[in-house]
Ligand binder design. Structure first.
Ligand SMILES: [Zn+2]
Length: 55
């Protein structure tokens, strides 16, 4: 199944062993992030958590 990364637009072929395959197969609107972008998103989320909350 071909999916497009929501962040960089990279088109990738995923197989049934991909963790998001069933989600994406059911709902094509599910945002997909390629490996590189998902790592970046994870990193950003972690950084956001580490930052002090604005008052
Ligand atoms: Zn990407």
């Amino acid at each position: 199944m071909q999916v497009k990364c929501s962040l960089c637009g990279k088109v990738e072929d995923i197989t049934k062993i991909h963790k998001d395959y069933s989600k994406l197969a059911k709902n094509q609107e599910t945002p997909y992030f390629c490996q590189r972008c998902s790592m970046r998103v994870k990193h950003q989320a972690k950084c956001a958590q580490d930052m002090p909350k604005p008052i």
